[in-house]
Each structure stands twice: as C-alpha cells, then as structure tokens.
Design a protein around this ligand. Structure first.
Ligand SMILES: [Zn+2]
Length: 97
C-alpha cells in the first residue's frame, strides 16, 4: 500500500466519524438485511422519522448509504459491498480474542 495522500486520510477519518455515532450505526445495521424505507428504519431503531431522515442524508452525502426511488417511496441501502464489509469486519474483530 502506497502512502496515502492527505486528502485520502481526511476522507477515511470522515468515514470513521460517520460510523462513530451509535444512532447512525444502528441505522446502518438495520440496512444490513437489505433496502428499507425511512418508516421501516425508524421503527426498527425506535427513533422519530425526521431524525432518521437527517442521519440518512448525512450518510448519503458521505457515500455510506445510497437511495433509490421506487414509486412513491425512497428505499435506502448500504452504498456497496465495502460498507457491508467494514461493518462485518468490525463486528468480527470485537467478537474474537
Ligand atoms: Zn480481529
């Protein structure tokens, strides 16, 4: 691995910053099983829809979550396999000794 550029270091710290919030993490975990709409996410994480929407926008702006319009609803999902892997690997790491 070559030495990362300062810009890349900042991008990575930004990703970790997004992940270092329990609420956002819960939202991301609720998306591990697949795409869901805001109502469904809010129910699962026991939060107000408006609060979930706010966090989803942040996560989307940071390319951790993506959204797709399906008729009248917007479905959210983890941006790609890398995000799935980051979450999965981190949980694996806390579970082994
Ligand atoms: Zn480990």
């Amino acid at each position: 691995m070559t030495t990362p550029k300062l810009e890349e270091i900042q991008q990575v710290t930004q990703i970790f910053k997004m992940l270092s919030d329990p609420t956002r993490l819960k939202i991301l975990l609720s998306l591990q099983e697949g795409e869901r709409n805001v109502t469904s996410i809010a129910e699962q994480v026991h939060m107000e829809q408006s609060a979930v929407s706010h966090q989803l926008k942040l996560l989307k702006d940071n390319r951790i979550v993506k959204s797709e319009r399906q008729g009248k609803t917007i479905l959210y999902s983890l941006d790609d396999k890398h995000v799935v892997d980051i979450l999965q690997k981190t949980f694996e790491h806390i579970h082994h000794r």
